[in-house]
Design a protein around this ligand. Structure first.
Ligand code: 6GP
Length: 799
């Protein structure tokens, strides 16, 4: 066990590694070199446990869950790995004795950002939690050469740069496994030919063969000796099939398959690439899984007893027909048995009610790229319609079948082909049942279940917030580091004024840490006595960063109208990436930056109001920002945010949540009680009421509410400079196009609750910290260890 390593041994290993890799002495090495050496030493320490877990699957015939996800967003791994191995303090001290600051090595690691946002980050939390609860649960994804774009802000605009995260050293945590490579076939023609006994077997013509090579990364459980595997696939051109790719352009097209996360799919070429990515990952993963199951020597028709495959959102939904293909074509299982097994193996999570997530593929394109899969999907669809046509309304069948109007509906495929469909918060699951997937619910009510998201507590407390962690140790002992439920004990301390004062000191120190960063990046001085009000997440209209902006404009206008106005000083902090093709979102970024320039440079405003947009929001930045927040903005239109997970991270770090009754905010309210969260605005029923009655009239609100009019007009009347075009775009969205996300209706209540918060902060810091402490104590309810325990038990049936 790594925990047995002592300082002397560790330093020897570390120096040997530096010598082996770089031929340098520690005293001459750069932080990058030291980071690489340290990571390799860690990998060596975990290798025996990692190897044992991987081999144990076949040897011990353990049922294993495979989490298929087109995104994984772990961020940096160094601190997590040290912590989970139980050697963090030892390594930190040993390095310090040798003149090396662990923090410099942490800084040298690049974020692994193979994901866009919540969905990918959740997958990363789940990998940590699976290992931590000791469950055999392996990840399956794509090893993109470029992660989520790097965001630069130039003249207030978002500029996207490629994220070349794989340095010359590659990804030091991974091990390439050419030994386990498999071939994946795409394109060509396929037809069925009778074989011995009349069994139909596919014959392929003119296919293209891709060589899928896995790279494995250890996923270390928290101090329990369990190391799971995250397998990411890369593509190569097999020598055997070189002739299929005669030109450089041909070869480049193949390399493109694993080049970028979410290629621009506005063109047919982009769509093809995305579809190939999905099939590539699914086919490579499943072929390997079935192969390793076959080694157990059990009947193929009982594969569901040893294998669970999770379809994380619709992107891996081709797992359904691909498993059918492998079982039938490669292992001779007959359709009905293969179908029974497939349903028992597969399960699916939906991550959003927005329609863009219900992925659809043009059937012709699908047929061109994966002809055999197209055949199988056609047959699944035919049998589904045949079975249900006589039992339910025609429109129900029509809404749930897989192939409709020349399109393949991937969510339908995932639901029909699996035994479980879950949403990611109570409200979200209710909405799936009542609205988005209601026709499926009439057919398969037993498949539906809820699994509210969670966060990995270790990264979001111990690593992100060492000061708070030390304080908690002093207050309730260290047991909470292993068992997060012990945080509940903090509730006994809410009347202890000394504790509340200490909590305040910790928060101020974390705000200072962030202020130092802002100073370095933007040259701006942030007053740490101000309320740090934070909204960090992807930029999307439904998340309503614009509502936050409108409130800031209001405060600015109030101050300009009356410079004597007493106002609790506030710092508004944003971090957000906009999808490269999402015009509206990019305009909001521009407006935030121009508003920041205006407010921050106005001498009359001084320290009363500051606005900062921190560029390139990512996991590492989240670890810096979240512990510094006083207020957590979770202000999406009710019914739109499936769950949210940053809301949980903020509460764990003692921020008060300002929220709509949306996603997991509702469960946070239930956990902390109404007095310890600030709720505003319409609830889901009010929103749906407008949808039903078509009675929302943004123009009327604008015309009749002078304050709102003044704020909205600020987008176009020159109040904010340099946003001529963007300002009109926003004004139109709010007024001319009837304000799709109901900002105007929610504005007054939002402003009112903001004012109440500010008053409390200014007048009663003790009560504020009391509420913060209650939030920290009850964040124990949102551990991804518990969430994954439920997946393991109720969906995958693994131990
Ligand atoms: C996100 C949801 O928007 C967020 O509310 C949720 O917390 C997160 O998934 C994890 O469940 N959805 C996505 O990131 C996404 O791409 C297709 O959905």
């Amino acid at each position: 066990m790594a925990t047995d390593i002592n300082k002397a041994q560790f330093i020897k290993d570390f120096k040997d590694q530096l010598y082996e890799d770089f031929m340098v002495k520690n005293s001459d090495a750069t932080a990058e070199e030291q980071f690489v050496a340290l990571a390799k030493v860690i990998k060596n320490y975990v290798r025996p446990d990692w190897f044992r877990q991987k081999n144990g699957i076949v040897a011990d015939k353990k049922k294993t869950a495979y989490y298929f996800s087109i995104e994984f967003l772990p961020g940096k791994m160094l601190q997590t790995n040290l912590l989970n191995l139980g050697i963090y303090r030892m390594v930190e001290a040993a390095l310090a004795e040798n003149g090396v600051a662990l923090n410099d090595l942490v800084a040298a690691e690049r974020d692994m950002a193979l994901g866009n946002g919540g969905l990918g980050r959740l997958a990363a939390c789940f990998m940590d939690s699976l290992a931590t609860i000791g469950a055999p649960g392996f990840g399956n994804g794509i090893r993109y050469k470029y992660g989520l774009f790097k965001q630069k802000i130039v003249n207030g605009y978002q500029v996207e740069l490629p994220d070349a995260w794989l340095s010359s050293e590659g990804n030091v945590w991974e091990t390439k496994k050419p030994h386990s490579a498999v071939d994946v076939k795409i394109y060509g023609n396929v037809y069925l030919e009778p074989h011995d006994g009349g069994v139909l077997k596919p014959v392929y013509e003119n296919v293209k063969t891709l060589h899928a090579v896995p790279y494995d990364m250890p996923q270390i459980g928290f101090q329990n000796g369990v190391v799971n595997n995250l397998r990411l696939w890369d593509v190569e051109i097999p020598e055997k099939y070189e002739l299929d790719y005669p030109t450089l352009a041909d070869r480049r097209r193949v390399e493109d398959i694993t080049s970028v996360l979410y290629p621009d799919d506005s063109s047919r070429e982009g769509q093809s690439l995305r579809l190939i990515q999905e099939y590539f990952m699914v086919s490579a993963g499943l072929q390997t899984i079935v192969k390793s199951y076959a080694k157990m020597g059990l009947p193929m028709t009982a594969i569901q007893e040893k294998v669970a495959v999770h379809i994380n959102d619709t992107h891996p939904a081709m797992a359904v027909p691909e498993l059918m293909r492998i079982l039938m074509d490669d292992y001779g299982v007959k359709w009905s048995d293969a179908w029974t097994s497939t349903i028992a193996v597969m399960s699916y999570t939906n991550h959003t009610v927005l329609s863009e997530a219900l992925e659809k593929w043009d059937a012709a394109l699908f047929k061109e790229i994966v002809p055999r899969i197209h055949q199988i999907v056609g047959e699944i669809d035919r049998q589904f319609v045949a079975k249900w046509a006589s039992k339910v309304d025609a429109c129900v069948v029509d809404n749930t079948r897989i192939i409709r109007n020349g399109q393949i509906h991937m969510a339908n495929l995932a639901i029909i082909g699996g035994h479980s469909v879950n949403g990611v918060a109570k409200l979200h699951t209710e909405l799936l049942i009542e609205d988005v997937l209601k026709d499926f619910y009439t057919i398969f009510p037993e498949k539906f279940n809820n699994k509210t998201n969670g966060i990995v507590p270790r990264r979001w407390s111990q690593i992100a917030n060492p000061k708070l962690s030390n304080l908690i140790d002093d207050l309730i002992g260290k047991g909470w580091r292993r068992d997060i439920h012990e945080l509940k004990k903090l509730e006994n301390l809410t009347s202890d004024t000394a504790v509340l004062a200490q909590l305040d000191l910790v928060k101020t120190a974390n705000k200072q840490r962030l202020a130092d960063y802002a100073k370095k990046m933007l040259g701006i001085e942030l007053p740490v006595n101000a309320i740090f009000d934070v909204q960090v997440k992807r930029l999307h209209a439904y998340k309503r960063q614009l509502l936050n902006v409108m409130h800031i404009i209001k405060l600015y206008q109030d101050l300009k109208a009356n410079s004597e106005l007493e106002l609790t000083p506030r710092v508004f902090i944003f971090g957000a990436k906009a999808a490269p093709g999402y015009h509206f979102a990019k305009s909001v970024i521009k407006i935030i930056n121009e508003l920041a320039a205006l407010v921050n440079n106005d001498a009359e405003i001084g320290d009363k109001l500051k606005v900062v947009f921190l560029e390139n929001y990512n996991v590492s930045l989240a670890e810096l920002i979240i512990p510094a927040a006083d207020v957590s903005e979770q202000i999406s239109t009710a019914g739109k945010e499936a769950s949210g997970t940053s809301n949980m991270k903020f509460m764990m770090n003692g921020a008060l949540t300002l929220a709509t009754l949306d996603g997991a905010n509702i469960e946070i309210k239930d956990a902390v009680g109404e007095d310890n969260i600030i709720i505003f605005g319409m609830d889901k029923n009010a929103v749906y009421d407008h949808y039903q009655k078509h009675d929302y009239n943004a123009r009327a609100i604008y015309d009749n509410n002078p304050e709102i009019k003044r704020v909205v007009d600020a987008f176009v009347d020159g109040t904010i400079p340099n946003i001529h075009y963007e300002g009109h775009e926003i004004w139109d969205a709010l007024v001319s196009y009837n304000d799709e996300y109901f900002l105007l209706e929610d504005f007054d209540d939002y402003v009112k609750k903001q004012a109440e918060l500010a008053t409390l902060y200014a007048n009663d810091k003790q009560t504020w910290q009391q509420k913060a402490l209650i939030n920290i104590a009850n964040s124990e309810r949102f551990s991804s260890d518990d969430t994954i325990e439920l997946y393991a038990k109720e969906i995958w049936e693994i131990n």
